[in-house]
Design a protein around this ligand. Structure first.
Ligand SMILES: Cc1cc2nc3c(=O)[nH]c(=O)nc-3n(C[C@H](O)[C@H](O)[C@H](O)COP(=O)(O)OP(=O)(O)OC[C@H]3O[C@@H](n4cnc5c(N)ncnc54)[C@H](O)[C@@H]3O)c2cc1C
Length: 557
C-alpha cells in the first residue's frame, strides 16, 4: 500500500494545530523541504508537523503500524533528515519550547527549539550552556550528537550537559530516560542520541554567566585577516598561541576567500573567554603581524555566533569535513593551503569553502557523567566547510576535502584510530585462562572419570587452580590503576606474559613421556593446539593494539 493511502487513517487522530503536507507542488511543502544542504536531498511522500509530544507519539505509532519509514527533522542542518517517496518526514517545527529553571540551573528543551533560542532564554535568566556556532541548528540534535561548544573548556561538550530525556522508542513507547530510568540509554544518547529514538524533550545543565570569567556575560570575539601568501608566518604564530594555555583563546584558523573581495586569505576567527580586556594581550602576536583587518570586541554569549549567521544559509551543496586531532602541525597546514588553492582553481564554484583548523588552548572540561561521546579529550579539529554549487563537482570537491583531512591526520594510523577495542582481546584470554580448566576438566573426562587414579585427579586440580590464578593475575595487571606511562607499559607486559604461561605449559604437556592430549576412549588428535593457536593470536592482537594505544596516549600527553 502506498504511503499516502495510510495518511487518511492518521489525519483524523491529529489536532487542527498539526499539519500533514502531501502536495509536492505546494509552496508550503517545498518550504519544508528546504535544508542547509542539498547533498542527498530527497522528496518524501509527506511532511507531518505534530504540535505536541502526544502527537509525535501517535505519528510514530501510526508509522510503525503502517510500516512507513520516517525521519525526524528539527533545524534541518544535517544531511540525514531527508527521506524518499517511500517514507515521511516528522517535522518538529510546530512543536518547540524552552523552559529554564534558574534554581536548579537546568533547561528543558522541547521539539525543534533552535540553539540561539536556547541561548537567549538562558541568558535572560542569567545562565548559559554549551552551545555551538550555528544559531539555527536544532538544539536537541546538537546536544545528542556530541556538541562541540564555544565554551567546551568551561562546560564540556554539549552531550555532557544532558541530564534526562523523554524519548519515543522504535517500538512506539514514550519513555523517561534519566539516572534511575533507562540509565543505559542516558549513557547512549549522550553523544549517539539520534540513533535511539525520537527525543521529544531534553533536560540540560546550565551555568551562571559569571562562569564566563566576567560580570557581564560576555566573551571577546574578533577576526584577523591576512593575505594567503602570509600563511607561513601566521601558522608559526598560531602554533605558539594554540599551545599557550595561560590565555583562554579559541577559534578557527581558516583558509578561505571571504566576501566581498574574494581575495584568498588566512582568517583567524578568534574568541577569548575571561576578562575581555585581556584579549589584546592574548592576541598580541597576531596584532604584531599587522593584519589587513582586525575587528573585535566583547559580545554577549547568546550573540556569540551571530557574526557567522551567513553559514546557516539554506541550499547549495554543503557539508562539514570534521576530524578530531591532537595537535596543530604548521607544516601540514601549509600543505592544506595548496590543496585549497588547487580546489578553487579546479572548482571555482567552491569559492565559499574554507579549510578550517579549530583550536581551544585549554582542554575540554572533564565530564563527571559517563557518555557514548568518544571525543572527550579533543581540543583540536580540522573542521572544513565544504560549500559549492555545481553538481558536476560533487566528487571532486569531496576528494579535496578528504585530501586535506588526510594531510592533517598525518601518515601514522596510531594518531587517529581508536584502539580501545583491542583491550577486549586480552581480558577474553584472561577469562579463558581462569575458567578454561574448569570448563574442560570438571566433567567425566577428567575429575569424574572413574578410570583415573586419584593422583591424576590431583594434578588435574593443580592445572585448574594454576589456570584460575594466572587468569586472575592477568586481570589484575590489565586493570590495575597505573600512575605513569612506564607502569602502564610494564603492567601490559606482565599481564601478557602471565596469560601466555598457561597455554605454553599446556602445549609442553604433550612432550612428557606417556602423555596424550586426549584419552583414547574420548577420541584422538591434539584439539588443544587449535585452542592455543586461537588464544595466542588474540594475545598478539590484544598486546599490539594495547601497546599502540599506550604509545599514542603517551605521545599525546
Ligand atoms: C552552520 C552550522 C554550524 C554548526 N556548528 C556546530 C558546532 O559549533 N558544534 C557542533 O557540535 N555541531 C555544529 N553543527 C552541526 C550540527 O550540530 C548537527 O548537524 C546537528 O545534528 C544539526 O541539527 P538540526 O536539528 O539542525 O538538523 P536536522 O537535520 O533536523 O537533524 C539532525 C539529525 O538528528 C535527527 N533528529 C532531529 N530531531 C530529532 C529528535 N528530536 N530526536 C532524535 N533525532 C532527531 C535527524 O533525523 C537527523 O538525523 C553545525 C552545523 C551547521 C550547519
Amino acid at each position: 500500500m502506498a504511503v499516502l493511502e495510510h495518511i487518511a487513517s492518521l489525519r483524523h487522530s491529529l489536532s487542527s494545530a498539526s499539519e500533514i503536507l502531501v502536495d509536492p507542488f505546494s509552496p508550503d511543502f517545498q518550504e519544508r523541504l528546504e535544508r542547509w544542504t542539498d547533498i542527498n536531498r530527497e522528496e518524501p511522500a509527506a511532511v507531518i508537523l505534530p504540535s505536541s509530544e502526544s502527537e509525535c507519539l501517535k505519528i510514530v505509532q501510526w508509522a510503525l503500524k503502517s510500516s512507513v519509514p520516517f525521519v525526524a527533522r528539527s533545524g534541518g542542518h544535517s544531511e540525514w533528515s531527508t527521506i524518499g517517496k517511500n517514507g515521511v518526514i516528522i517535522d518538529l517545527g510546530r512543536y518547540k519550547s524552552v523552559e529554564v529553571d534558574v534554581k536548579s540551573q537546568t533547561a528543558i528543551l522541547k521539539g525543534s527549539i533552535l540553539s540561539k533560542e536556547v541561548a537567549v532564554a538562558l541568558a535572560d535568566a542569567g545562565l548559559f550552556t554549551a552551545l555551538g556556532n550555528g544559531n539555527t541548528v536544532g538544539a536537541i540534535p546538537y546536544f545528542l550528537n556530541g556538541g562541540a561548544s564555544i565554551t567546551t573548556s568551561i562546560t564540556g561538550f554539549g552531550a555532557d550537559q544532558i541530564l534526562a530525556a523523554r524519548l519515543i522508542t522504535a517500538s512506539g513507547e514514550l519513555i523517561e530516560v534519566n539516572q534511575t530510568h533507562n540509565a543505559d540509554l542516558l549513557w547512549a544518547i549522550r553523544g549517539a542520541g539520534q540513533f535511539f529514538g525520537l527525543v521529544t524533550e531534553l533536560t540540560v545543565k546550565a551555568y551562571p554567566l559569571s562562569a564566563l570569567g566576567n560580570d557581564r556575560g560576555v566573551i571577546w570575539a574578533g577576526s584577523f585577516v591576512f593575505p594567503l601568501d602570509r600563511a607561513g608566518e601566521v601558522a608559526a604564530v598560531m602554533k605558539d598561541l594554540m599551545d599557550n594555555s595561560n590565555y583562554a583563546t579559541a577559534g578557527l584558523l581558516m583558509v578561505m576567500a571571504p566576501p566581498p573581495t574574494r581575495q584568498p586569505s588566512v582568517v583567524v576567527a578568534a574568541r577569548y573567554t575571561g576578562n575581555p580586556q585581556d584579549a589584546a594581550a592574548a592576541y598580541q602576536p597576531l596584532y604584531d603581524l599587522k593584519p589587513v583587518a582586525a575587528p573585535g570586541g566583547e559580545v554577549p554569549i547568546q550573540n556569540a555566533s551571530d557574526a557567522r549567521s551567513a553559514l546557516g544559509a539554506k541550499g547549495d551543496f554543503k557539508r562539514f569535513g570534521v576530524v578530531g586531532l591532537h595537535r596543530f602541525d604548521p607544516e601540514a597546514f601549509l600543505k592544506t593551503v595548496d590543496v585549497w588553492k588547487e580546489m578553487i582553481a579546479q572548482c571555482p564554484d567552491a569559492v565559499n569553502s574554507g579549510f578550517n583548523f579549530q583550536w581551544d588552548s585549554r582542554p575540554p572540561r572533564k565530564s563527571e557523567l559517563n557518555s557514548a561521546h568518544s571525543l572527550q579529550d579533543i581540543r583540536y579539529w580540522q573542521n572544513n566547510l565544504i560549500w559549492h554549487t555545481d553538481a558536476q563537482n560533487r566528487a571532486a570537491v569531496d576528494s579535496f576535502n578528504d585530501k586535506c583531512i588526510a594531510i592533517m591526520r598525518g601518515p601514522n594510523i596510531v594518531e587517529y584510530v581508536d584502539f580501545a577495542n583491542g583491550r577486549l582481546a586480552l581480558p577474553f584470554v584472561a577469562l579463558s585462562t581462569a575458567a578454561g580448566g574448569f570448563i574442560f576438566d570438571w566433567n567425566h573426562t577428567h575429575v569424574f572419570n572413574e578410570r583415573w587414579p586419584p593422583h591424576a585427579k590431583f594434578y588435574s586440580g593443580q592445572t585448574m587452580s594454576t589456570g584460575l590464578l594466572l587468569g586472575l593475575s592477568g586481570f589484575y595487571f590489565l586493570f590495575r590503576t597505573c600512575s605513569s606511562p612506564a607502569m602502564k607499559a610494564d603492567s601490559l607486559r606482565t599481564a601478557t606474559w602471565l596469560l601466555c604461561m598457561n597455554w605454553i605449559a599446556q602445549l609442553s604437556a604433550a612432550l612428557y613421556p606417556g602423555s596424550l592430549p586426549v584419552d583414547p576412549e574420548f577420541g584422538g588428535g591434539f584439539p588443544q593446539a587449535y585452542i592455543c593457536a586461537f588464544l595466542f593470536s588474540l594475545i598478539a592482537l590484544g598486546f599490539n593494539l594495547e601497546a599502540r594505544r599506550l604509545c599514542h596516549e603517551d605521545k599525546r600527553d
